[in-house]
Design a protein around this ligand. Structure first.
Ligand SMILES: Cc1ncc(COP(=O)(O)O)c(C=O)c1O
Length: 311
């Protein structure tokens, strides 16, 4: 990990080494926090945060679902993030805001603990690798099922919930796959450990919906918009496990992984075993949108203000 100079904590900019929490931080014991993964890209007009407002909106919704009032406004979080990127002189970066229950009374009732916030930024390459983005990755369906709607809130991006993804990730890595795919409680396809999933069959695109306990991915929405704008039909529906093996193409989307094709699942080649034409078409426009090369999707980018140049 490439460390940055500064981290934003509860309204202050602090040095990376000094960004510390108390051992009795409630979230450390019980997972009582919510977070976002956001990226800023280098564009011709400087660093720009992709779909910034959508990520901040989801952060606040996640916090609300877990009874946390964020002690800053959405605009304060937005400005703090832009300022943090500028102060760290980063042209592109990953952004991790976390809203969590801080040090306070122990025990499971969290509402008497403070709500603390930090934002960290660092340089981070594509999560599943550039080679994976180019040629596709090998994925495997894991034995762990995605957390059910009756146990936790899959559409909230909450820290404790990620133990589910951690188990799935470790299992898939140990089995020799680059990513794990979870089924939902009913046995339908849900998503990757940190990505939403799309399958292409006979020119049509399908992706699991909220019935399958997915996280409502922001890149999922972007990929749906782009595919529809390119003229493809995209439906949200239950996807059976067997459809993975019969698909012509499969790809994943997520802030960390961006748009990554899948070339093999459970040792079965997908289609020709190489990223297919629809995956490529959506990926190309998506990459243009991320890097500010697309007029059409220019309003998905929140530009980091440039320091005023000397007279
Ligand atoms: C479980 C899970 N699903 C899907 C996604 C993709 O969401 P997004 O596109 O908003 O990054 C993520 C990443 O945030 C995730 O952690």
């Amino acid at each position: 990990m490439n460390q940055a100079d500064l981290i934003w904590m509860n309204g202050e900019f602090v040095a990376w080494e000094d960004a510390k929490v108390h051992v009795l931080t409630h979230a450390l014991h019980y997972g009582t926090g919510v977070f976002e993964g956001v990226r800023a890209y280098e564009t011709a007009r400087g660093a720009a945060v992709f779909r910034h407002q959508d990520h901040i909106d989801r952060l606040f919704k996640s916090a609300q679902m877990y009874y946390m009032d964020v002690p800053f406004s959405k605009e304060q979080i937005r400005e703090a993030t832009l300022d943090l990127i500028a102060r760290n002189s980063l042209k592109s970066c990953y952004i991790r805001p976390v809203v969590y229950r801080g040090a306070g009374p122990m025990g499971l009732y969290p509402l008497d603990c403070p709500v603390d916030v930090f934002i960290a930024v660092w340089q981070w390459g594509s999560y599943l690798g550039d080679e994976g983005k180019r040629n596709g990755i090998r994925a495997g369906v894991v034995s762990w099922r995605k957390i059910g709607q009756d146990a936790l809130i899959p559409l909230a991006k909450a820290n404790g919930q990620y133990l589910n993804s951690v188990l799935a990730k470790v299992e898939s890595e140990k089995a020799g796959f680059e990513e794990g795919i979870l089924l939902d409680q009913r046995g339908f396809v849900c998503e990757g450990t940190g990505e939403n999933l799309f399958i292409v069959k006979d020119g049509k695109i399908a992706t699991p919906g909220f019935n399958s306990s997915i996280l409502g991915g922001i890149n999922r929405l972007s990929a749906i918009t782009i595919a529809r704008d390119l003229g493809y039909e995209v439906v949200e529906r239950d996807v059976a496990r067997g459809e993975l093996y019969l698909a012509d193409e499969i790809y994943m989307t997520g802030t960390a992984a961006e748009l990554t094709p899948i070339r093999e699942i459970d040792n079965q080649p997908i289609g020709t075993g190489e990223p297919g034409p629809i995956t490529r078409a959506v990926q190309e426009v998506f990459e243009d949108a991320l890097h500010g090369r697309s007029e059409r999707y220019a309003d998905w980018l929140d530009l980091v203000p440039q320091p005023a140049s000397a007279p």
